[in-house]
Design a protein around this ligand. Structure first.
Ligand SMILES: [Zn+2]
Ligand SMILES: [Zn+2]
Ligand SMILES: [Zn+2]
Length: 333
């Protein structure tokens, strides 16, 4: 049972996906559905004895094509749409243990090529308006499979958070004739206190407006709308800076830091979004080594975040967590 239900108060879609209640939940390591299928062993979701990186449709999708018929009638107030779209899983490696941090810069560069291919392919379909590439890492985020993997949701609409970013970027462009994100990058570089790590093509900061203590925004220095226009050097440098950010997170307290990593790219509905700017957002749910940041009444109930820390101080902590320079991560290239 799956459909889109309109939330008339917030003016946004809610996806119902009741079949997902039955999805595999933290299986024993021997029964990981994302591992390669070993000869004579149970069939996993990857019918191959080994792989480097593999993308396939999520077995428990929230969105699918063609979509099932909605199980409920709409009214003029409560609109209903089929849950059209696609959900994919990307396994970063056939190795069951470890995280993306353990991948070499070269492996991450290969992953970026796969992300780019999937973005192009899914985005070219007429029923897809937005392609969201993301990773939930860590059981505190609600991850149900520990095998290193990320996900892609291809939506039949532009999700509300992206729409808000588009609206503000479009207003800023109309007012100043400049890109909002390029202006943020210039301001962060000029100030410098919130920069965590940078290279020739990318900049990672705990932004002035951080809502989570260790939140990082990673911007392309060049005004790209998506990964589609990156050149080889930019793909390599994105791999390098991703590795640097992940290492810093893990070195901060000496354990593999859970996070949500989300790629924000332009919609794929065929319109012109020249005012938008590629970036990656990291939202780690920790405020100290052993305390989680909960989205409580003020955040969940009002949409206003309370950050108990200063972005300038958290950026300094992350700068100190090795590796101190991104060049350290380029040895393999
Ligand atoms: Zn596995
Ligand atoms: Zn820009
Ligand atoms: Zn964003």
């Amino acid at each position: 049972m799956s459909e889109l239900r309109w939330h008339p108060i917030l003016e946004e879609w809610v996806i119902t996906a009741t079949h997902r209640q039955d999805r595999t939940f933290l299986p024993p390591d021997d029964y990981c559905p994302l591992c390669p299928t070993k000869p004579g062993a149970f069939p996993t979701e990857v019918p191959a004895e080994d792989y480097e990186i593999v993308a396939f449709e999520n077995k428990f999708p929230s969105l699918r094509h063609p979509p099932p018929e909605p199980a409920i009638e709409e009214t003029s107030l409560y609109k209903v749409r089929p849950a059209d779209g696609l959900c994919e899983v990307i396994c970063y490696t056939s190795r069951h243990t470890g995280t993306l941090t353990d991948a070499s810069v070269e492996e991450i560069a290969n992953l970026i090529e796969v992300w780019t291919d999937r973005f192009r392919d899914l985005g070219s379909r007429d029923y897809i308006d937005y392609v969201l590439i993301f990773e939930n890492k860590g059981q505190v985020i609600g991850v149900t499979l520990t095998h290193p993997h990320g996900q892609i949701y291809a939506f039949p609409f532009i999700p509300p958070k992206i729409q808000r970013e588009l609206n503000s970027a479009s207003k800023h462009m109309a007012r100043t004739n400049r890109c909002l994100f390029c202006d943020i990058i210039d301001e962060e570089i000029a100030d410098g206190r919130r920069v965590v790590v940078e290279n020739d093509s990318f900049l990672a900061v705990v932004p002035f407006f951080a809502r989570f203590p260790y939140e990082i925004y990673l911007f392309s220095r060049k005004h790209h709308q998506s990964m589609l226009t990156f050149d080889d050097r930019e793909r390599r440098e994105l791999a390098g800076i991703l590795k640097a950010v992940l290492l810093k997170y893990d070195n901060l307290w000496g354990f593999s830091l859970p996070y949500m990593m989300i790629m924000h790219q332009a919609p794929t509905d065929g319109r012109d979004y020249g005012y938008y700017h590629f970036h990656v957002e990291f939202h780690p749910p920790y405020r100290t080594k052993d305390k989680l940041k909960y989205l409580a009444g003020c955040e969940s109930g009002a949409g206003t975040y309370i950050n108990d820390t200063l972005a300038e101080e958290k950026a300094a902590e992350l700068r100190k967590a090795e590796p101190s320079t991104v060049e350290n991560t380029f040895i393999d290239l």
